[in-house]
Design a protein around this ligand. Structure first.
Ligand code: DGT
Ligand code: CA
Ligand code: CA
Length: 576
């Protein structure tokens, strides 16, 4: 049976593909699919059990969407979707990740120059053909060429941004996990290690029954556009997103060894296998066993396998053979930050910023529901062209927030702002107006490609501003779309120490910024960190969980993260 979750993801895919067809994310049809997806998301009743008329009567769903849902339920496919998938294959869609190429330009490039992939685009640039396309010129041609070079897109090894892979994996795991014989279904591989780009998705399913049922469901998933391999316990599909998914079905007693093996990394696994060999054992996806007799010593859980090898359990995000095995062997792995450690969120937007989606009251209520002890509202400062907030509107928001304090006596409500760091390191408003805020985040939102010296000076100057408490998304990258800023890391970290300005670990899945290298470089230094959701909707407050997983990749311990501190200690730091 088709689940609501699957329908949501197909509607979202229809929206994305229709964006390309219509050349705009704002078209009527795109918005209709998006609205339909959001309605289905909040629905308790299975859509598959409803008639076309019942579906069409739901808010946000019209006749034409209702027909498509019925078509999916009855035939397992949507003809329109198949047509769009064929017209806009993944290689073509990748073009729109390139900065400066939106859906409209991508269509123009295809129709005028026959460009159907990033490789085609590179060839067109080499022939100086881009400048002949309406709306582009020699300058945009040069900008796009530079972006391609820095992004390293279109190589032979195509990797998907983690956000995209999580969506695909979530759909597979939900569909297979719903089967009655399935005990658990989980994404392993680089996704469980939470790398920011993913080569392919690896899923392990623990099934009590015959793996054949699971395999049959897997290869018939609506997202599957091609079956790459179909075996008794092992299959692979190519999905409409262009991502491969490898599936392995194992028995419950093998879960630990299978999880360990398929989580990797390969380098981490090789080290584990060496430790096993030293003891006269073997380690495979089926278990840790005596080499001679084949007797299995451990296989059901990862913990018992690590323990048998004389190691502490290693969090998946650290399994890269970057020193974690040595620490685990010495029993010296510190406790790294965990999802439950956070006591507040100091970076979120309301509908006062043009890009925020919900009113102040809704954001505060949602943050309170997460059990926070403190939070800051940080709408954009006035310098931001489209989403900036005027002084008058900021003051009015401050009044409204003050009113909310009575409703939430247990929570410290800070009135903050997200400042824009200009080319010279200056920020919005004036000193006096800035002094009226309880809290300020400052981030770069323009001029990402300045030379290293200018860029570094710009960030350091912002850090020296006493109003600025934290640098938001300090790397400046968008995963798979925009390379980071060119910064002198040592100079930035020294300035952070000297000024007491924190660096943000932005949990938005497109950012996950500060990057891992920056976080690792903070180890052993006095640099403070803050995990922020950068939520533009109450749903996105959960972004902090992604931020925490990313922080573990950077070996971040909770003590150095200011929003793990109790309210009094945090407040003391803010006031300093
Ligand atoms: P990716 O897909 O490139 O983002 O990275 P991974 O780490 O997900 O790599 P993948 O999909 O090739 O393999 C998934 C896991 O399976 C990998 O992390 C460790 C395990 N694995 C795969 N091939 C080998 C192998 O030849 N030797 C060992 N020891 N482990 C392997
Ligand atoms: Ca993989
Ligand atoms: Ca794989």
């Amino acid at each position: 049976m088709v689940t609501n979750a699957e329908i949501v993801s197909l509607l979202d895919e229809l929206a994305r593909l229709t964006t390309l067809e219509d050349g705009s994310p704002q078209s009527f049809r795109v918005r209709a699919y998006e609205a339909a997806a959001r309605t289905v998301e909040g629905l308790a009743q299975p859509l598959a059990e409803m008639s076309e008329a019942e579906i069409a009567a739901l808010r946000g769903l019209g006749q034409s969407t209702a027909r498509k849902v019925r078509e999916l339920v009855e035939t397992g496919r949507i003809a329109k979707l198949d047509r769009l998938r064929a017209e806009f294959p993944p290689a073509f869609r990748e073009l729109t990740r390139v900065p400066g190429i939106g859906p409209k330009t991508a269509l123009l490039l295809r129709d005028r120059l026959g460009v159907r992939s990033v490789d085609d685009l590179k060839a067109a640039i080499d022939e100086q053909a881009l400048r002949t396309v309406p709306g582009l010129g020699p300058k945009s041609e040069a900008n796009i060429a530079r972006a391609l070079e820095r992004l390293d897109l279109g190589g032979k090894e195509r990797r998907a941004p983690v956000a995209e892979a999580l969506r695909v994996a979530g759909d597979v795991v939900a569909a297979l996990g719903a089967l009655p014989e399935v005990e658990r279904a989980e994404a392993m591989g680089s996704l469980r290690r939470f790398r920011e780009t993913i080569g392919d998705v690896d899923v392990v399913v623990v099934s009590r029954g015959d793996p054949e049922q699971v395999m049959a469901r897997f290869v018939a998933l609506p997202m599957a556009v091609e079956v790459l391999a179909a075996g008794a316990a092992k299959s692979a599909i190519l999905t409409s997103a262009g991502l491969q998914v490898d599936l392995r079905v194992v028995e419950p007693h093998q879960y630990g060894s299978a999880a360990l093996y398929f989580t990797g990394s390969k380098a981490h696994n090789i080290r584990l296998r060496q430790l096993a060999i030293e003891r006269g054992w073997t380690l495979s996806e089926y278990g840790l066993a005596e080499a001679e007799s084949g007797r299995v010593l451990a296989s059901a859980t990862e913990e018992e396998i690590y323990a048998a090898l004389g190691l502490q359990w290693v969090p998946p995000e650290m399994r890269e053979d970057g020193g974690e095995i040595e620490l685990a062997a010495a029993g010296a792995l510190p406790r790294f930050i965990e999802e439950g450690d956070l006591r507040g969120d100091l970076h979120m937007h309301t509908d006062l910023s043009g890009d925020g989606r919900e009113p102040l009251e809704a954001m505060v209520a949602a943050a309170a529901a997460r059990g926070y002890e403190y939070l800051a509202i940080t709408d954009h400062g006035e310098d931001m062209a489209t989403n900036g907030v005027s002084r008058e509107a900021m003051l009015a928001q401050r009044e409204r927030l003050a009113g909310l304090r009575e409703l939430y006596p247990g929570m410290l409500l800070l009135h903050g702002v997200e400042l824009n760091i200009g080319r010279d390191g200056s920020v919005d408003y004036d000193t006096e107006f800035l002094a009226g805020f309880d809290w300020a985040v400052a981030g770069v939102h323009s001029d990402f490609d300045l030379d290293r010296e200018t860029q570094t000076l710009r960030i350091v100057t912002a850090m020296q501003n006493p109003a600025v408490r934290v640098i938001a998304h300090p790397g400046g990258r968008i995963i798979g779309r925009r390379p980071g800023m060119d910064l002198d890391l040592e100079a930035v970290l020294s300035a952070a120490e000297e000024t007491g300005t924190a660096l943000e670990i932005n949990g938005s899945l497109d950012r996950l910024d500060a990057p891992v290298e920056m976080l690792r470089a903070c180890r052993g230094r006095e640099v403070l960190l803050l995990v922020g959701s950068d939520a533009h909707h109450s749903r996105e407050l959960a972004n902090v969980d992604w931020g925490v997983r990313h922080a573990r990749r950077g070996w971040v311990e909770p003590e150095r993260v200011a929003n793990t501190w109790p309210r009094e200690r945090f407040l003391e730091w803010v006031r300093r």
